[in-house]
Every structure is written in structure tokens, then in C-alpha cells.
Design a protein around this ligand. Structure first.
Ligand code: ADP
Ligand code: MG
Length: 215
């Protein structure tokens, strides 16, 4: 289960994670892009962070939709529209739900990825956030199929996300600015994959901390 307060906690945790990793994300983008990924993400999620206290009485879908609009309007580059699309599609997957079962979370993650795939047209192996999000969902779905709860499914998803992120290093970029470098993009970790990993890791941390406080 994932509740509305946990969704708000997750977004705050992710905003904090982005702030703490702003320089790291920008350095990763400096190697194979234009050195703005951390700056882009931090600009968007600072705005989200300011809005969060005004969203406490909104349902999960509306919260995610507000995040989407905020990201689209404040982040430039490729990542603004892509994360904006992720959150928009995630929001439409959970309309009118007050809390999310593990099936709902699976649907949310899948809808977000589908949006990114439609918008960005990246395939697995193109060295993008897709290489992190996609294996995470496969792991989450498998865990749900084995009747695991949201926490355990997310633990497995984050483990695969981390593996997927490592696997972006030897890939040659086929989408986005990094693709302009051709073979010189090989040997570097994908910045957008890194921020996508942090997004899932923040959600896991919220689930883990709720578990501790419930016992
Ligand atoms: P820009 O490349 O416009 O400067 P950012 O630096 O903020 O934008 O984001 C770069 C990240 O966006 C990449 O590391 C990659 O993960 C992701 N990305 C770029 N193009 C695509 C795409 N077509 N599909 C999915 N993700 C993409
Ligand atoms: Mg960039």
C-alpha cells in the first residue's frame, strides 16, 4: 500500500535527494551532455518542494498532475518534458484513488514509462532513463506476481534500477545530446538514468521509514 501522505513524503524526499545530488548530476551531464541536468532537475523540484505544503488536501492523482505541470513549466532541456510526461501519465493511471495497492503502483510506474517511451522514442540500450526505469518495472511486476507487498517489490525494483544504471556506463548513447558524442559517450553513467534511479530510491526510503514507524 502507498498512501497519499507517503506520496507527498516521497516527492519531498526526491526533491531533497536532487538538491543533494545537484552537482553530481551536473558533473555526469558535463561528461556527455551540456552540464545542466542537476541544475534542470533542481530548478523543477525546488518549485515542487515549495508547492507540496499546498497539496496536502489533494488526491494522489492531482498531486502528481501538479508536479507534472510544475516540471514542464520550469525545467528546460530533454528532461523537463520527459519527467513532466512521466508524472502526467502516472497521474492519469491513479485517478480517484486515495491509496495505492501494489497493482496500482505497478500501473503508475508502467504508465509513466509508457509516456516517456512515447515522447522520447528511446529503446532499451539507448543509454537513457529508460534503461533504469524499465528493468525496475520488470522486477516490481515479478515481485507483485509472487504476492509481495509494495515495500518488497520496490526493494527489488530499486536493486534492478541500480543494476540498470551501472549498465548505462558501457552503452553508446542513441538519444538526446549524449548521442552527438557517438562512441565518446561510452564509459560514462547516464545523468537522466541517475536521476530516475534516485526517484525510485526515494520512494523505497519512504516505504522503509514508514515501516519502521509502524512497528
Ligand atoms: P538535455 O539533454 O536537453 O540537456 P538534461 O541534461 O536535463 O537535458 O537530461 C539529459 C537526460 O535525459 C539524459 O541523460 C537521458 O537520460 C534523458 N534523455 C534524453 N533524451 C531522451 C529520450 N529521447 N528518451 C528518454 N530519455 C532521454
Ligand atoms: Mg543536459
Amino acid at each position: 500500500m502507498l498512501s497519499q501522505p507517503q506520496i507527498l513524503q516521497w516527492l519531498q524526499a526526491y526533491a531533497t535527494e536532487i538538491e543533494q545530488n545537484k552537482t553530481y548530476l551536473t558533473e555526469l551531464d558535463a561528461a556527455i551532455g551540456d552540464a545542466d541536468h542537476g541544475i534542470n532537475m533542481d530548478r523543477g523540484f525546488k518549485k515542487v518542494s515549495i508547492l507540496l505544503p499546498t497539496l496536502t488536501d489533494k488526491d494522489i492523482s492531482n498531486i502528481l498532475k501538479t508536479v507534472s505541470m510544475t516540471l514542464i513549466s520550469s525545467i528546460g532541456g530533454a528532461s523537463g518534458p520527459l519527467y513532466g510526461t512521466w508524472f502526467l501519465r502516472a497521474s492519469t493511471a491513479v485517478v480517484d484513488k486515495q491509496e495505492l495497492t501494489e497493482q496500482d503502483v505497478l500501473g503508475l510506474l508502467q504508465a509513466g514509462l509508457d509516456g516517456v517511451l512515447q515522447r522520447g522514442k528511446a529503446q532499451l540500450g539507448d543509454k537513457t532513463m529508460v534503461d533504469v526505469l524499465s528493468p525496475a518495472i520488470v522486477a516490481f511486476e515479478q515481485a507483485v506476481g509472487e504476492s509481495k507487498g509494495t515495500l518488497e517489490a520496490m526493494q527489488q525494483a530499486v536493486a534492478k534500477a541500480q543494476k540498470g544504471l551501472q549498465e548505462t556506463i558501457p552503452m553508446q548513447a542513441k538519444k538526446g545530446r549524449a548521442s552527438y558524442l557517438g562512441e565518446r559517450s561510452i564509459g560514462h553513467q547516464d545523468p537522466g538514468g541517475t536521476s530516475a534511479y534516485l526517484m525510485l530510491k526515494s520512494l523505497l526510503e519512504v516505504l522503509e521509514s514508514s515501516q519502521t514507524t509502524n512497528h
